[in-house]
Design a protein around this ligand. Structure first.
Ligand code: URA
Ligand code: URA
Length: 193
């Protein structure tokens, strides 16, 4: 049933013209993964490679995200990965408020269908988009690794892998080190009853 319901959302995304991003997209990127996933990752929006393939996080940042997942014992196939907006913003600009608003019905529906135990917001854009009313004016470096409650689901923000590509040091206290620790904490949360 979950699978059929997700497919309906997928078809609606493919036909969506609710914002101007549909004019410049190549493919819609609805998201993919296990319909029964306990962990759902939400990024910002498709980049060039994602727009070509119609799949989320398949470019350089995606490969790093997959490594981070694997290092904590997750397989990419076992989680569900999607984005706040399902069409690529031209030149990788940030999605606009009205684009995120137009697209929010899809992420709401996907969360409701999958009903994950934990949502991991990847980077500051999706964190703000999902839990803006819980975070005040704190930036992502203060929000990452903290646990928020959103409609009964735990939300844990992490740093965006694009940011980690620009800050590759794995030294203690650096962004990558924090992200690895955050993923291990997420893994522990999942294993808790
Ligand atoms: N960055 C994102 O936020 N999402 C993707 O799908 C790819 C890169
Ligand atoms: N800016 C972002 O959008 N995300 C990060 O993780 C760090 C800086």
């Amino acid at each position: 049933m979950k699978k059929e319901n997700l497919k309906i959302i997928c078809d609606q995304i493919a036909a969506c013209k609710s914002c101007k991003l549909h004019e410049t997209r190549n493919k819609t990127v609805p998201g993919e993964g296990d319909v029964n996933a306990k962990v759902m990752l939400i990024g910002e929006g498709p980049g060039a490679e994602e727009d070509q393939e119609g799949r989320p996080f398949v470019g350089r940042a995606g490969k790093l995200l997959e490594k981070i997942l694997n290092s904590a014992g997750f397989k990419r196939e076992d989680v569900f990965i999607t984005n706040i907006v399902k069409c690529r913003p031209p030149n990788n600009r940030n999605p606009e408020q009205k684009e995120m608003k137009a697209c929010s019905k899809f992420i709401d529906a996907q969360i409701a269908i999958i009903n994950p135990k934990i949502i991991v917001t990847v980077g500051s854009i999706s964190t703000k988009a999902l839990i803006s009313d819980l975070i005040g004016s704190d930036g992502i470096t203060k929000l990452r690794g903290r646990i928020f409650d959103w409609r009964g689901i735990k939300v844990v923000p992490i740093l965006h892998p694009s940011y980690l590509l620009r800050n590759p040091s794995v030294e203690e206290g650096k962004p990558k080190w924090h992200t690895w620790k955050d993923m291990l904490m997420i893994k522990e949360l999942i294993n808790k009853p």
